[in-house]
Ligand binder design. Structure first.
Ligand code: GUN
Ligand code: ZN
Length: 440
């Protein structure tokens, strides 16, 4: 058992009211092993009350700091770290000119290993402790990311990128040997082998990962759906409705589906634990399909602003009632920082919604990147919060980390002002430490 004394920021347990922050000015967080030997939160609350229940516990004091849940990021691409900031006239030329050539380099296992080590360390340095991330179409890229995440104890969900058409030939899934099993069948065999090797090991999870409908044949999407049916507790990740040209292309390729999103439903790829990046160009029928299937959206505001893809419709999502959370979408996204992502989400609310704009509160923004994102993953009560039983992943924030942060946060007269100052002015300097749940 160990305890941390500090200001504490966390959320009401799970559902309602959805994003209600609890803030303890002088709080105590007690962590210790659960029955499986994983370090979880044992108690949380006002210092005076909690310390009375744990008089023997050794307490580490962080004066002037704020302890908050580790961030949960719903979508990124570890092979795209080197692509950040590559300008293009929209998604499809960006993929062709920058992203596919970089992903091609992941055919070399050593290249994968160094990229994975950098990516995992960078996520942790920015306070992200749970991540759903794309690898490439090379099995070695998946092994490298799982290996590194296991070593650094980042909670990582990833999988083999499925692509058997409409990408450069070297990037398509490969047959084992020329003339052997066909490439599509091999991609599904490789996915299942990776899933069996890694899913549920320590803090790792597998995601069946068709890149997006345009780069898969019917046979591959059908196989991915069949795999998902056999393994209901693995995740699914893909992209949908990000960009007008992409939507038109997908409609052209799958004309019998009711919509681009419906294509995934038609192949059994919409369900709980299915996370779709972007979800911008939806109509209400799509939103209802998201809700009814239990799928969730990864909202990627820095990417959507950078590539000019459009604005996620928060009001529409809430009207339908489907789950969503925030994501950095490196390297279409421009930053690893959850603070930059939350600020961009605020811009999207202001600029993208109706005539008057929508002002997402700092509590909503923070929730979308922690407990809300955990809920989208089906991991409420496991990560994204500091309620008893949650894995002990947290960040220690220093609101005086820069002269401007110190000056501005000192003026905050209520919780919303404090949180907003950190969202607007924060970056990796605000994250003094990222503490990860240990296993004994
Ligand atoms: N759609 C298909 N692939 C990608 C990708 O790598 N990034 C983004 N932003 N959208 C995609
Ligand atoms: Zn993406």
């Amino acid at each position: 058992m160990k305890a941390y004394r500090s200001s504490l920021l966390y959320f009401q347990p799970s559902s309602e009211p959805r994003h209600s922050v609890i803030y303890e000015e002088d709080g105590l967080l007690v962590v210790g092993p659960n029955h499986q030997g994983v370090q979880v939160v044992q108690a949380v609350g006002p210092y005076r009350d909690v310390v009375a229940r744990y008089p023997e516990v050794s307490v580490q004091h962080f004066p002037g700091r704020i302890i908050a849940p580790g961030f949960v990021d719903l979508h990124s691409h570890y092979p795209q770290t080197n692509v950040i900031g590559s300008p293009a006239d929209g998604l499809l030329p960006w993929l062709e000119n920058y992203t596919f050539p970089e992903e091609n380099r992941f055919s070399a296992p050593e290249y994968c290993a160094q990229a994975a080590a950098f990516f995992v360390a960078e996520m942790l340095r920015h306070g992200v402790t749970t991540s759903l991330t794309f690898a490439t179409s090379h099995p070695a890229s998946v092994h490298a990311l799982f290996t590194e995440a296991q070593r650094q104890r980042l909670r990582m969900i990833t999988g083999l990128c499925l692509m058997d058409r409409h990408a450069p030939p070297d990037l398509l899934n490969r047959p084992c040997r020329p003339g052997g099993t066909d490439a599509t069948e091999q991609s599904l065999i490789d996915s299942e082998a990776l899933l069996k090797q890694w899913h549920g090991v320590d803090r790792l999870g597998y995601a069946i990962t068709p890149r997006f409908a345009p780069t898969s044949t019917d046979a591959q999407l059908h196989g991915a759906g069949a795999l998902a049916a056999r393994y209901p507790d693995v995740w699914i990740q893909s992209h949908v409705a990000e960009n007008h040209e992409e939507v038109a292309w997908a409609r052209d390729l799958f004309p019998t589906s009711d919509s681009y999103l419906s294509t995934y439903a038609d192949f059994g790829l919409l369900r709980q634990r299915a996370i779709y990046a972007h979800c911008i160009h939806f109509d209400d029928a799509d939103r209802v399909l998201m809700r009814d299937s239990g799928a969730a959206a990864a909202v990627c505001p820095t990417s959507n602003l950078f590539l000019g893809s459009g604005f996620f419709d928060y009001a529409g999502a809430d009207r339908a009632g489907f789950h969503y959370g925030l994501a950095n979408d490196v390297g279409g996204g421009t930053s690893f920082s959850p603070f930059h992502t939350m600020l961009a989400a605020y811009y999207v609310g202001r600029e993208g919604q109706t005539k008057t704009g929508l002002s997402l509160s700092p509590q909503q923004l923070w929730w979308q990147h922690t407990a809300g994102a955990a809920q989208a993953l089906g991991l409420s009560g496991v990560v994204g919060n500091l309620q008893p039983g949650c894995e002990a992943d947290f960040v220690v924030l220093n609101p005086k980390a820069t002269p401007l942060l110190e000056r501005r946060t000192a003026q905050a007269s209520n919780l919303d002002e404090l949180l907003f100052a950190m969202i607007v002015l924060g970056d990796d300097r605000l994250v003094e430490q990222t503490v990860i749940s240990q296993a004994f």
